[in-house]
Design a protein. Structure first.
Length: 131
């Protein structure tokens, strides 16, 4: 797949390419892998590369997560977990002084589940993102 992406951009003047493979658009970090197409495979050398010929370029595997290499180690969150995680993040990002426990309790009340279960689901999404 990465080579197909590289070939589809060949000759269009790109100094380098970063190919990010994600599980879900709600995740802001690369969830599976990042590949870099750059001179000698180093993104830092992109400004020195030849964007026409791409001579000396190679594909470098910059990040590969366990969920790609060892999928049995990682649990995919439920849709409910994503919803609660989004609610938690929104409530805590708007007010840095807010108590996380209070936010969890509020979300629990809104969804008629325990605060412990809300915390478990919120953390399931965070664990998945980093796995």
């Amino acid at each position: 797949m990465a080579t197909h992406i590289v070939e589809s951009h060949r000759g269009q003047g790109w100094q380098a390419l970063s190919i990010v493979i994600t599980y879900d658009r709600r995740e802001v970090v690369p969830s599976y892998a990042v590949f870099e197409w750059a001179p000698e495979g180093r993104w830092t050398d992109a400004a020195d590369g030849d964007p026409v010929s791409w001579q000396g370029y190679r594909l470098h595997q910059a990040v590969v997560r366990d969920k790609l290499t060892q999928p049995d180690k990682c649990q995919v969150p439920t849709e409910q977990a994503y919803v609660l995680n989004a609610e938690f993040n929104q409530a805590t990002e708007d007010d840095v002084d807010v108590s996380e426990e209070a936010v969890l309790a509020n979300i629990a009340d809104q969804h008629s589940i325990s605060a412990a279960r809300v915390e478990e689901l919120v953390l399931a999404v965070e664990d998945w993102k980093m796995c």
